[in-house]
Ligand binder design. Structure first.
Ligand code: ADP
Length: 450
């Protein structure tokens, strides 16, 4: 067992602050890394030490493995927390850290690799008894095989890149007339986005919800689940509003899918936080992928269980057991997160610039995770997420009214944000009743902002 005195956070923005906060509560020193565009960033101010690792472009800074290894060596950091995005699911990075005897706060390179290839991930899920979307067996090499697979599973079908991520390289074929076009477009998109044109096929579900199960493993055969999050409100396959527990999941369904996932994690010997993502339709769960990292929306899970997931990540990376067992984990109330972006509506065009006034909502059950401050200039080089507003209430209606109240207190002046979108969504009967599937928001945007 290794106790960390100092860890490095290979990330920026709100998630870097999130990790610094957990480390500080544990008495662990923190090292921030930053690009030249982030000299004045909050994570640099809040960390105990900081190292400049390169120019503004992410590829030359937050994604530069040599620069991050050098920063560890200079500062003597014993472990690296990757946050989400950037190097968080890069098995090669994990391998290189290991070669330098630096601990990666996350799963093994092998598990990251296994889940990063979607065909292997799906095969692994099947072997672990996790229900999957009906689809092709492995990759689909050519149009003849694609036609055959589609005829077997029935239209509509979706063609997906095995190296996929971020919703790219996916194409739907409604009928046989579309299959040739969909297949070749998916392949060429996969090739240009991921340098790998391997694709596979699935039955296209028409009205599913996106339900994901939070799991945790200690890498020593222990595994638990922390219920589910519903992230069905999506724009371009990107989540904008997340809640826990899922408003349409019964305690029996939660227990059933949760224990399947927890057992799978234990059997894999998985270490750290993970998310097993499903589409959910007509009472059935269908695995789509597993993310081997902390998710943006993890605070809603923290709210309903009262646990610090980053602290647990650090503990298991040190070789300790989880501080809770399955029987300690009981859902308490309801939590909702909204993702606030510096973007101009209705087109969601990035809107970086100087924040002239920033006021954070407060009060019972309100949490704001953000790296903004008065006078901060949001640089144009990175993701446009500027804050996550998370509310917790005794039940869903209380969480919703708390969210409306908190949103009314929030002030971000100087840049345009997606706050007005949430004011509008919180007046929609379907959102208030929890009656939406993964296509609801796109349809609503077409009708209301098109
Ligand atoms: P990525 O890794 O690119 O995010 P996923 O496999 O997680 O890809 O899928 C992203 C989103 O695409 C899902 O949340 C869902 O909205 C849609 N999707 C994926 N597979 C299917 C399917 N079989 N049927 C319907 N929608 C799907």
């Amino acid at each position: 067992m290794a106790h960390f005195d100092k860890i490095l956070i290979a990330n920026r923005g709100e998630i870097a602050l999130r990790v610094i906060r957990a480390a500080r509560e544990m008495g662990i020193k923190t090292v921030a890394v930053h690009s030249t565009a982030d000299v004045d960033a909050m994570h640099v101010r809040m960390a105990d030490e900081s190292v400049c690792i390169g120019p503004p472009s992410g590829t030359e800074s937050y994604l530069s493995i040599p620069a991050i290894i050098a920063a560890c060596e200079i500062t003597g950091a014993q472990a690296v927390h990757p946050g989400y995005g950037f190097l968080s699911e890069n098995a090669n990075f994990v391998q290189i850290l290991e070669d330098h005897e630096i601990t990666f706060i996350g799963p093994s390179a092998e598990h990251i690799r296994m889940m990063g290839d979607k065909i292997t991930a799906k095969e692994t899920a099947i072997n672990l008894g996790i229900p999957v979307v009906p689809g092709s067996e492995g990759g689909v090499p050519d149009i003849v095989a694609a036609r055959k697979a589609a005829a077997e599973m029935g239209y509509p079908v979706i063609i997906k890149a095995t190296a996929g991520g971020g919703g790219r390289g996916m194409k739907v074929a409604e009928t046989e007339a579309d299959i040739e076009m969909a297949f070749s477009t998916a392949r060429s998109e996969a090739k240009s986005a991921f340098g790998n044109d391997e694709v596979y096929m699935e039955k296209y579900l028409q009205t599913p919800r996106h339900i994901e199960v939070q799991v945790f493993g200690d890498g020593q055969g222990g595994g638990v689940h922390l219920a589910e999050r519903d992230c069905s409100l999506q724009r371009r396959h990107q989540k904008v509003f997340e809640e826990a527990p899922g408003p349409c999941i019964t305690p029996e369904q939660r227990e059933k899918i949760g224990s399947i996932c927890a057992n799978a994690i234990a059997e894999m010997g998985y270490r750290g936080a993970g998310t097993i993502e499903f589409l959910f339709e007509n009472g059935e769960f269908y695995f789509i992928e597993m993310n081997t990292r902390l998710q943006v929306e993890h605070p809603v899970t923290e709210a309903i269980f009262g646990v610090d997931l980053v602290r647990e990540q650090i503990r298991v990376a040190e070789g300790m057991k989880l501080s809770f067992g399955q029987k300690d984990l009981e859902v308490n109330g309801h939590a909702i997160e909204i993702r606030i972006n510096a973007e101009r509506l209705p087109n969601f065009a990035p809107c970086p610039g100087k924040v002239t006034q920033y006021h954070v909502p407060g009060g019972l059950g309100v949490r704001m995770d953000s790296a903004l401050y008065d006078g901060y200039s949001i640089p144009p080089y990175y993701d446009s997420l500027i804050g996550k507003l998370i509310v917790h209430g005794r039940d869903r209606p209380e969480a919703l009214s708390r969210l409306q109240r908190a949103l009314g207190e929030l002030i971000v002046d100087g840049v345009e944000t997606t706050v007005p979108l949430f004011h509008a969504l919180l007046a929609e009967p379907d959102v208030l009743s929890g009656n939406y599937d993964i296509h609801w928001l796109e349809r609503w945007l077409d009708e209301n902002m098109g």
